[in-house]
Design a protein. Structure first.
Length: 284
């Protein structure tokens, strides 16, 4: 048996593949906290129940895909070696072409492996359709695929949490408002049903307190960027085909609510991890 791992910036998803399994049911592993004194040990503790069963069996190979920095890759590989030292670690790389998808980048290695895995899985699930493959995580990535699997390029936006962290760093005075959003506190407007907010302001989606202004601002920015990209590519397709937005990632449902209803869209679970398995098993 093999283990497949999608090591994202926010968390790690892993799947231990057994012959009897037909679906991907991922285990979620959290990255160690910034103040963790033994990050390798913390990862090993979480990995052991996944990698070693009740009979002491463990995978012969662990296949990994990751866009995190080398330090965290080293933590993860070392933790795996501690839990099952006999297992071989295999890090996936982006090929120029695989699984009916051809990469637009002149240097395919510069494309994030998570984006490529999401594309090949989306292309398999929705074959022969032009796709906008959107992964809403720490970053929001959007890649466009032609119906024949040609990758036409993409874009990257900061996700919801990344926007807050950027604002906190660039404008420290906004810290209290940002902390209230991170805690999930309700805004003053929503706490006071009788708050005196002009109706025109409500219709425009404008705020009358700082926390709500930040919340609406990041929503407007994401909605505008994604919808504009979808609009441009649907216009280029014209009447030939309808672009399908395939949305995945931790904030997929949140993002889907912001997409113009005029665009066809669907939510997909575990798109990247399923793509990791597909790429690892592919015959080149």
């Amino acid at each position: 048996m093999n283990c497949y791992i999608d090591a994202g910036n926010s968390r790690i998803k892993a799947h231990l593949a057994r012959r009897s399994q037909k679906t991907v049911e991922p285990a979620i592993i959290e990255w160690p906290a910034a103040n963790e004194s033994d990050p390798v040990g913390a990862l090993a503790t979480q990995l052991e129940p996944l990698l070693v069963d009740e009979k002491g069996r463990s995978p012969k190979q662990v296949v990994l895909a990751s866009v995190v920095e080398p330090r965290r890759r080293d933590w993860l590989e070392t933790a795996i070696a501690e839990v099952c030292p006999q297992a071989e670690c295999r890090w996936l790389e982006v090929p120029g072409k695989c699984c009916h998808v051809r990469v637009a980048y002149q240097s395919p290695a510069e494309l994030g492996i998570d984006r490529f895995c999401a594309m090949i899985e989306a292309n398999d699930r929705h074959a022969e359709r032009p796709l906008a493959v959107i992964n809403a995580g720490t970053a929001i990535t959007l890649d466009v695929l032609a119906a024949d699997g040609l990758h036409l390029g993409g874009l990257i936006l900061p996700g919801w949490r990344a926007q807050l962290e950027a604002l906190r760093s660039a404008a420290p005075a906004l810290g209290p408002a940002i902390e209230s959003l991170q805690r999930g506190d309700a805004s003053p407007e929503s706490q006071d049903a009788n708050a005196s907010v002009p109706e025109a302001t409500r219709r425009l989606g404008l705020a009358t307190d700082t926390a709500t202004a930040i919340e609406l601002g990041r929503h407007w920015m994401i909605a505008a960027g994604v919808n504009q990209m979808l609009s441009v590519w649907q216009e280029r397709l014209g009447d030939e085909a309808t672009l399908l937005a395939v949305i995945a990632g931790g904030d997929a449902e949140r993002l889907a609510e912001l997409i113009d209803p005029a665009f066809e869209r669907c939510l997909e679970r575990d798109l990247v991890l399923s793509g990791v398995i597909r790429l690892a098993r592919a015959r080149r």
